[in-house]
Design a protein around this ligand. Sequence first.
Ligand code: 5RP
Length: 218
Amino acid sequence: MTQDELKQAVARAAIEHVPAGVIGVGTGSTANYFIDELAKIKGRIDGAVASSEATAQRLKSHGIQVLDLNSAGELAVYVDGADEITEHMHMIKGGGGALTREKIVAACSRKFVCIADGSKLVGMLGNFPLPVEVIPMAQSYVARELVKLGGQPMLRQGFTTDNGNIILDVHGLQIMNPVELETQINQITGVVTNGLFARRPADVLLLGTSEGVRTLQA
Ligand code: 5RP
């Protein structure tokens, strides 16, 4: 099976985790496949909260109502992909640059269902460069602080987040303690948030493999 077929398989499997009401929807190619599956059962839900402008557009194009998070309250479930995930359900996210809104919607959700093809499961996080969303005027300061933490930050060229900020992609990290590093980076002045999702990990991982969709629980 191709990587896209594996992403489609986990997107289909995630529909079983969709309850009635309002759900949170992530960003990226796997989340896009999920939105396409969600469209087939849209009569069962009241709407969705989007983690990016791109996701909002795709939901609307399928006739799925997009709701504001502040009026939606707590969500039963959030479905999203990941760039890397461990068996402890810690993730690196933000390859698509939507990490801040993804983290907000995840924080408001009782259950986080991660959908990913098998290549995303890793023993240790850090091979994928860690995205950090930064207020533009703090770029150089934050970059210097990230170097002190052992990383090599690179500006994501020509990219602005939905919140009007920049992304520094941090290479060369071997992340032994994701909870600690997530906290440490978020304490740097000028950082909006970073792409480690360890303080609020996934609850369920639907992993696409050539033998079928594996379900891992926290
Ligand atoms: C976007 C994300 C995505 O979930 C992550 O990049 C995975 O993307 P894809 O499903 O395209 O492999 O965090 O900000």
